[in-house]
Design a protein around this ligand. Structure first.
Ligand code: ZN
Length: 162
């Protein structure tokens, strides 16, 4: 039986490196592939398009320019906040906070610098400005279930994962 809109679930293993060849992220060989549902926005569109051209067992390399991945860095998203306005007293470089910019705009910000007066916050995605190099292996392709479509995400084979 085919679901009405050909929504698929794909499982794949990956390693992700930047242009310098440094490892940024990888799927967990023990925990199994990463699963996503097509059209759910869970993975980068360019990566989703590439995986959709592959068959189970295929391996591929994919290079994505920053603009096609997490976007270019926007220096306007780097802001100095006076320490007396920052709610947390013992803050360290590299810490990540959720900040509610407006009602529907919750962002992750990273502390990138500290002075006696200011805390510097960077609201760019941590991978903004990075050219991404993926090595992927497509492990599984199947149609999404009605339950997955109603939830808007893929369910892992060994149970309900949210
Ligand atoms: Zn669900």
């Amino acid at each position: 039986m085919t679901n009405s809109n050909n929504t698929m679930v794909l499982g794949f293993h990956y390693t992700l490196k930047n242009a310098k060849g440094e490892l940024l992220d990888q799927s967990d060989a023990d925990a199994g592939p990463l699963y996503f549902m097509t059209g759910s926005g869970q993975i980068i569109p360019g990566l989703e398009q590439k995986l959709l051209t592959m068959k189970t067992g295929d391996k591929a390399n994919l290079k994505l320019a920053a603009a096609d991945a997490y976007g270019e860095r926007d220096e306007a998203l780097v802001q100095d906040i006076p320490r007396e306005k920052f709610p947390k007293k013992d803050v360290e470089i590299g810490q990540v906070f959720e900040i509610q910019y407006s009602e529907n705009d919750l962002r992750l910000v990273t502390v990138t610098n500290l002075t006696l007066e200011n805390v510097t916050l960077d609201a760019n995605h941590p991978l903004a400005g990075e050219e991404l190099h993926f090595d992927v292996t497509l492990e599984e392709v199947r149609e999404a279930t009605e339950e997955e479509i109603s939830h808007g995400h893929a369910h892992e084979p060994n149970g309900h994962h949210h």
